[in-house]
Ligand binder design. Structure first.
Ligand SMILES: Nc1ncnc2c1ncn2[C@@H]1O[C@H](COP(=O)(O)OP(=O)(O)OP(=O)(O)O)[C@@H](O)[C@H]1O
Ligand SMILES: [Mg+2]
Length: 241
């Protein structure tokens, strides 16, 4: 039987028929504020609390305290304690960008990956990670190698991507091909705030439900409602961003 890693978002684990295949790399895309980082935080937090799996959070954008505050905003009050204890290892912006030599920071991270028994990793974000390469070819080579190393070390990874949902006319980036799965977070404005949706567009080797489902962010993190959203990517007047 396939070994599945639960995301810690209950409705999502049902859509995935149990979770994400162990050792896979999943691309998590969406516009700003759609919940990508909260998803990454929840994946690691519930990973430790409910499933006893240690995790690593790599952020190029935020400090350790920003990440702790984001966790606290959805009631993950033990985040700081788990990170102090090493159950969740946080590589924050300061650590990743220290000394200006990004390759050194990644090498340090890779050393830690092979030493420790971590099961989950979140890279927030791949978009920032890619900015460190001037050359397209160097970037692709490094990304492929990096994803391979994550897998070789037994990690199930979420790679966060700052990008809206893919439409037919949009160029599909390399990262869509090198990952085993694609999850999109979508939000649409309403009079009183936003409506949020999640779409699992691809999950290799898994039988999944590819409808778009409504979700919410609040106390306890992300909740996915398992009724189809009545939402079309193309909308009535063309694509909905
Ligand atoms: N307790 C809460 N209740 C409701 N919404 C919340 C709560 N805590 C955070 N949010 C919402 O969650 C969203 C933040 O999500 P998150 O930071 O994960 O987005 P993101 O996709 O990572 O954005 P970015 O691309 O800017 O990093 C915000 O819209 C914020 O208002
Ligand atoms: Mg974010």
């Amino acid at each position: 039987m396939q070994n599945l890693i639960k995301t810690g978002v209950e409705g999502l684990d049902s859509i995935l028929n149990g979770g994400i295949a162990a050792n896979s790399a999943v691309l998590v895309s969406g516009n700003p504020g759609t919940g990508k980082s909260i998803f990454g935080i929840q994946f690691l937090y519930e990973g430790v609390r409910r499933y006893g799996e240690k995790g690593i959070y790599v952020s190029f954008e935020e400090s350790g305290s920003d990440i702790g505050e984001a966790a606290a905003s959805v009631g993950f009050d033990e985040w700081d304690a788990l990170s102090e204890r090493g159950d969740i290892r946080v590589y924050d912006k300061r650590e990743m960008l220290r000394g200006g030599d990004f390759t050194d920071a990644i090498d340090g991270l890779l050393d830690d990956l092979s030493d420790e028994s971590y099961g989950r990793i979140v890279i927030d974000s791949l978009t920032m990670f890619q900015l460190f390469f001037d050359d397209e070819r160097e970037k692709r080579t490094y990304l492929l190698k990096f994803v391979d190393i994550l897998k070789e070390n037994g990690l199930t990874s979420l790679l966060i991507n700052e990008q809206g949902a893919v439409f037919p006319e949009t160029e599909i980036g390399l990262e869509n091909f090198l990952t085993d799965g694609n999850v999109y977070f979508i939000q649409t404005p309403t009079d009183s705030g936003v409506n949020r949706y999640i779409w699992v567009a691809k999950m290799r080797k898994q039988d999944i439900d590819t409808d778009i489902f409504p979700m919410e962010i609040g106390e306890g993190g992300i909740t996915v409602h398992e009724r189809a959203g009545g939402f079309s990517m193309m909308g009535r007047n063309g694509p909905v961003l």
